[in-house]
Design a protein around this ligand. Sequence first.
Ligand code: NAP
Length: 351
Amino acid sequence: MEKIPVGILGATGMVGQKFVELLSQHPWFEIVALAASDRSVGKNYEHAMAWSMPTPLCRKIAAMPLSSCLPQLPCAVVFSGLDSSVATDIELSFAQAGYTVISNSSAHRMRADVPLLIPEINSEHLQLLENQQMPGALVTNPNCSVIGITMALKPILDIWGIEALHAVTLQALSGAGYPGVPSMDILDNVIPYIAGEEAKIESEPLKIFGNSCCERILPHSMRISAQCNRVAVADGHLACISIKLKKQATATEILQAWKEFKAEPQQLKLPTAPLTPLIYLEDNKHPQPKLHRHLGLGMSVSIGRLRTCSLLDWKFVLLSHNTVRGAAGCAVLNAELMAVKGYLKPQLIHV
Ligand code: NAP
């Protein structure tokens, strides 16, 4: 098939660079435009940012000039790694000009007509696109910690139901973008606060697990409490989870549910879908960011230490790669699902 031309908004940032890395070899998509702020416009990509990805930047992309984030890019699909402070207006201007915008930013996540999509969990929420009153479309992926947490909860929720969730996160530095947290603040330290993060973990899962009904999402009723910490790890968010179930489960049954979990992306064999979305690690010292963040090319969520909880019912630890599964990788998987389901228009729909 002919590749679908795509652009990247916020291409110079942490998530933008991960988009470049994932899309430069993608079998269905071809990067034709890179855009960022006025600080970067006109520079060649290699001179506009400090490349922080583990694979070398290809020459063709390195030499591409940065464009403004104006809806004049030579493509109909854009991925957004824009800073949230500017994403609201820029992403909307693209969608209103006929572009399909697949975003990582929190700007439009909770809009009633915008899918908050994780292809393994709520692909039916794509129906919300029918309600969007714009020539293009706007699809978002959830917060980076929320993606790993909801993936691990999905098979448990489907079988036993969940009444309450308590989450304590230990979040990596790349989650704060580039250059991120000053080294003097984080070396030899843990910062027990990440602005806005706890509210996202306490609200986004309710939309993700909500039922689509009468053209809107009825939020799930589980109670959620979250505490978030920034730790001196480069990539990979860890979360310590406790849950209260609606019906009783045994450890063997929960482990079996995680092991058997597969969803639409695996059935459709989407290029970015991990073969095993959830990987349980038996060693009590696992999962660890340094050892396990790259499992499934960064798209698998690793889980460990399932045990009973004396306050709620069960507790465990999970790890997900925040810029891959938690950001750019999830957005690329969203785009693949949309392509297969006919939601990606390779031509611009003019107003
Ligand atoms: P980042 O490293 O700070 O990158 C921000 C990007 O936004 C840069 O490309 C920057 O371009 C661009 N930008 C800033 N101001 C702009 C303006 N006025 N006009 C146009 N472009 C502008 O941030 P990040 O970590 O990649 O995060 C990007 C988005 O993804 C955020 O909304 C974040 O919440 C979300 N997210 C991040 C992660 C993660 O793990 N990092 C995970 C999930 C979601 P210049 O270089 O030209 O300034």
